[in-house]
Ligand binder design. Structure first.
Ligand SMILES: Nc1nc2c(c(=O)[nH]1)N[C@H]1C(S)=C(S)[C@@H](COP(=O)(O)O)O[C@H]1N2
Ligand SMILES: [Mo]
Length: 221
């Protein structure tokens, strides 16, 4: 029974994408997802905890904002593109050790969407859900309102590709990259922080680069 249980957890945890299996990555060495170098990724690795992720075309894409807000909203990709865009260039740091220097991200500041929705008294956190059907993340409301947290439409000065979580991913510049949920489809304002996918599995919820997860990386911003 114990053996079966462990195998079950292991396979859920290390689901490999076709790309990863093809490249034969060593899953057990790299718990947060796993991974192969992305072709043309400039040092990025491909991570998905879901075995496959549906494509969302620009026309089909929707982002909902709901929960403890006075004006719930649904955004199309065009609606997000029409809002003021913020561009940041920072180092990307994965908690497993790899780092990609000077990576541009651009998109809408999350604080703008929260202000548009009207956060209600009693709210303390924001939860993010993804159209891969598996991943989730969250931030405190204070973290979510930082000006270096984006709903990103571009990465490396190109539209976010499907492999990188497009058409829209979260980008939390000051934290380890697992906070930057790919394939973002929902933003829900909640009372308290709810742990995300990796946080349920032992990673820190407050994932500041250089002062969390027992690591001493140089902060990225
Ligand atoms: N939906 C979703 N978002 C995710 C992940 C994931 O598996 N699913 N992995 C996280 C981790 S651990 C990292 S390091 C980055 C990897 O982003 P990349 O695939 O663009 O390199 O995405 C983060 N966001
Ligand atoms: Mo990661």
């Amino acid at each position: 029974m114990l053996g079966l249980g462990v195998a079950g957890v292991a396979s859920a945890r290390y689901v490999q994408s076709g790309l990863e299996s093809f490249l034969g990555a060593a899953a057990d060495k790299d718990p947060t997802g796993l991974t192969s170098l992305l072709p043309n990724g400039g040092g990025f690795r491909y991570y998905s905890v879901a075995a496959s992720v549906p494509d969302r075309s620009a026309a089909d894409y929707r982002l909902t904002v709901d929960g403890l807000v006075t004006r719930p909203a649904t955004y199309t990709l065009d609606a997000l593109r029409a809002l003021p865009q913020t561009r940041l260039v920072r180092d990307v740091q994965c908690v497993t050790g790899w780092r990609v220097p000077g990576t541009p991200f651009a998109g809408v500041q999350l604080s703008r969407l929260l202000d548009a929705a009207g956060v209600r008294p009693g709210a303390g956190a924001v939860r993010f859900t993804c159209f891969d059907g598996a991943y989730s993340e969250s931030l405190t409301l204070e973290q979510a309102r930082r000006d270096d947290v984006l709903v990103a439409l571009s990465m490396q000065d190109k539209p976010v590709s499907h492999a990188h979580g497009g058409p829209v991913r979260l980008y939390v510049a000051p934290m380890y990259f697992y906070k930057s949920a790919k394939w973002l489809s929902g933003i829900t304002v909640t009372e308290k922080v709810e742990r995300g996918f990796w946080e349920e599995r032992g990673y820190d919820t407050d994932a500041w680069v250089g002062r969390s997860n027992g690591r001493q990386d140089t902060p990225t911003s």
